[in-house]
Design a protein around this ligand. Sequence first.
Ligand SMILES: [Zn+2]
Length: 424
Amino acid sequence: MQQISPPEVVIYRRPAQLLTLAGPAKARAGAAMSDLGIEHGFSVVTRGEKIVWLGPDSKLDVNTLGTDAQVRELDCRGQVLMPALCDSHTHLVWGGHRLDELELRLRGADYEEIFAAGGGILSSVRQTRGVTDEQLYAQSLARVRRMQQTGTTTFEIKSGYGLDLQTELRQLRVAKQLREQAGVRTVATCLAAHAIPAEFRGSQQKRDAFIAGVCEEILPAVAAEQLATYCDVFCDRGAFTPDEARRVFARGQQLGLKPRVHANEFGHTGGALLAAQLGAASADHLLYLNADERAALKQAGVIATLLPGTSTVLGKPFADGRALVEAGVPVAVATDCNPGSCAFESLAMVVGLSCYGNRLTPGEAICAATHNAACSLGLHNQVGRIAPGLDADLLLLGTDDYRDLVYHTGSPLVDTTISRGRRL
Ligand SMILES: [Zn+2]
């Protein structure tokens, strides 16, 4: 008979700061975003994949942990113990790279100009269509491994570099493969409406035909294979109009795919208001947002996802995170990790950028990249806080004050990333 060893019990003893993010499991807004539920003199116990106990270290009775278990104790004094980061907006499955464009942009070329000349997203579409399944998986896994090292254990992954049925499915299958083979927590989003591909450009008729293909071919196939939870549309100037986006979202919703929206990156182009009308899980980018649009997002309970890495790389303005917090809109922060407009992989660094660029405070930024991000992915009962019953997705920082993540933005402060109880 096969011997099944009991799950390992780990005691994280007395971190200098324990960021519990204790509180309701819903997305936080306003002042609640800066309350990280910080405890001192506490310890946390995990058993296998789960957090099973936390409380004052003096109240911890090791005898109650079960005699069958193999118990490991970690002395966390001088360190911060916090929830692992949750990256709620990435495009991390792509083929090739766009290093040449990086230089063009730094020499003054504009992102929208590069796109119009067949570069940008369309260049990644050509490269992604051109790699094998094995290459696509290997390149994506390498990115995930680096992202884990910097503290991220949960990844939203969008398709959108296929723009045809087969390649969109291949991208989403890689997201599934990362989950099933590599044990990475991924949530997939079909972004077939990312751009009009080269073969559908040149006339309104072709454009309509592409959108019809997304609605009648790609989305149904994605839903049939259960490859995605969400549906996304790049609703902006040079991409899709609000009316086109509405068609795609309506079809997605019929198929059970919930909306998230690339909105208001290049102007007041209707994406944010559409996200509010649809009650989308998230409206992302939001560089151009007025008081009415903020009020609409708040009213509809839409999470505003800020992507300050992209503003940095493209030399664009930063979304006004301060105004969003003050308007009571729940805010998340993510990398937007993608081959062109921002290939940053470290969400820990982007947390820092969200303070300097979007004017969040360090506490708000941590909430935005953990609990609020998890809420936007419907994972609020699995990750984003430290509480019994949640997955043991934790970070140990090599500092005694979490604000150092912002103060020393970009420094390697993540000592240990723990995903479902496993040290990575
Ligand atoms: Zn994006």
